[in-house]
Design a protein around this ligand. Structure first.
Ligand code: HEC
Length: 102
């Protein structure tokens, strides 16, 4: 009896990238998958509350600053493009707030 057949049934690592994403996003998400799964599972990200670009940037920065995160500044930039692409639910806020209507 051979139980150790090679693993079609083994669970696939959760992927961040949408399958229809442009190549650049796919690459960014591949990097995110590597860099962001060393401390916790990617479910931490897929289950996270929706964030806009500013918030994702802040979150990635927070993760990057944990000692031994292995995330460089350049990595963080790339990773943010993936996370924002995946999470278009919130529009990026304008950098400067328009003056309030009277
Ligand atoms: C060095 C270890 C480490 C790495 C690498 C890391 N994280 Fe985390 N992450 C943590 C820890 C510890 C927590 C829980 C503490 C917290 O919430 O601040 C956490 C929590 C989170 C949360 C949940 C927090 C919330 O408020 O929703 C998200 C989302 C997240 N990480 C995203 C990421 C992303 C995106 C990356 C890749 C850029 C990443 N993490 C890489 C350690 C890490």
């Amino acid at each position: 009896m051979l139980l150790a057949t090679c693993g079609n049934s083994s669970p696939r690592v959760l992927l961040l990238q949408p399958l229809d994403a442009p190549a650049g996003i796919q690459k960014a998400c591949q990097l995110a998958e590597v860099r962001c799964s060393s401390c916790h599972t990617l479910e931490r990200i897929t289950n996270a509350a929706h964030r806009n670009e500013v918030e994702w940037r802040r979150q990635v920065e927070k993760m990057r600053l944990i000692p031994a995160s292995g995330i460089s500044i350049a990595d963080a930039e790339v990773i943010v493009t993936c996370l924002v692409y995946r999470d278009p639910s919130l529009p990026a806020p304008p950098l400067e707030q328009p003056p309030a209507m009277p």
